[in-house]
Design a binder for this molecule. Structure first.
Ligand SMILES: N[C@@H](CCC(=O)N[C@@H](CS)C(=O)NCC(=O)O)C(=O)O
Length: 221
């Protein structure tokens, strides 16, 4: 049985919960991080010296870093379902996973931290404006790819879609300027219909304010 340490409102934990649901792998979860604490305890730091969630344990494997966990689970369970067997599609899944991590996710995190997680008087408007532009440029790149491909890996859904899907969902819930990217929108519509996405990601309401964020964290765990 896989154990996951993390809170459900963490986007990085959500990637892992979505992956487990896609693969139909049973797991238990320990509420750690945010208001639940526990991530600076000695036992936790032995698993992840960074003190961050998610962490998983699967038999003799204990690991952190959400994208690595998504890859590991995709290779370990039902290989070929989320991890493409065809080397060309695998290459695309890997490429776009790295791309989202470097090009899209940092911009979304800056907007998110400076709006939902920070009271208005402490927000950095210049950083938000810069991040908004970076997110828009990144989404135009994704839109070009999705104009020619149904999924990031090409013909089928893969782990390459999971990391982008989790971050795009968060981005769509933020109050910020967004581009017109019809192919990304169409791809996201298909993502939103996936049962595993609902279980891992969209069943957790998105917050607009710090108060909402804290309430949702308490309620969702
Ligand atoms: N690169 C790491 C980042 C992990 C990370 O930043 N986790 C955040 C939640 S999204 C965290 O643990 N924050 C501290 C907390 O929840 O107390 C990953 O992808 O797993």
């Amino acid at each position: 049985m896989v154990t996951v340490w993390g809170r459900r409102n963490s986007v990085n934990v959500q990637k892992v919960l979505w992956t487990l649901a896609e693969l139909d792998v049973p797991f238990t979860r320990e509420k750690v991080g945010g208001s639940f604490g526990g991530n600076r305890d000695a036992d936790f730091l032995r698993m992840n010296p960074m003190g961050l969630v998610p962490v998983i344990r699967d038999g003799d494997v204990t690991m952190f870093e959400s994208n690595a966990i998504v890859r590991y689970l995709s290779a370990r369970y039902r290989s070929g379902v989320l991890r493409p067997d065809d080397h060309r599609h695998l290459a695309m899944a890997e490429q776009w996973m790295e791309w989202q991590h470097n090009a899209f996710a940092p911009a979304v995190s800056v907007i998110f931290m400076n709006t939902v997680r920070t009271p208005p008087e402490k927000r950095n408007a210049a950083a938000v404006a810069d991040a908004e532009n970076k997110a828009i440029e990144a989404l135009k790149v994704a839109d070009g790819h999705l104009a020619r491909n149904d999924w990031f890996a090409g013909p089928a859904f893969s782990f390459g879609d999971i990391v982008m899907g989790a971050f795009l969902w968060r981005y769509m819930g933020l109050d910020c300027t967004k581009p017109d990217v019809p192919h990304v929108r169409e791809w996201m519509d298909a993502i939103e219909k996936r049962e595993a996405f609902k279980l891992g990601v969209s069943d957790v309401p998105r917050a607009k304010t710090l108060e909402e964020w804290n309430r949702i964290e308490r309620e969702e765990g």
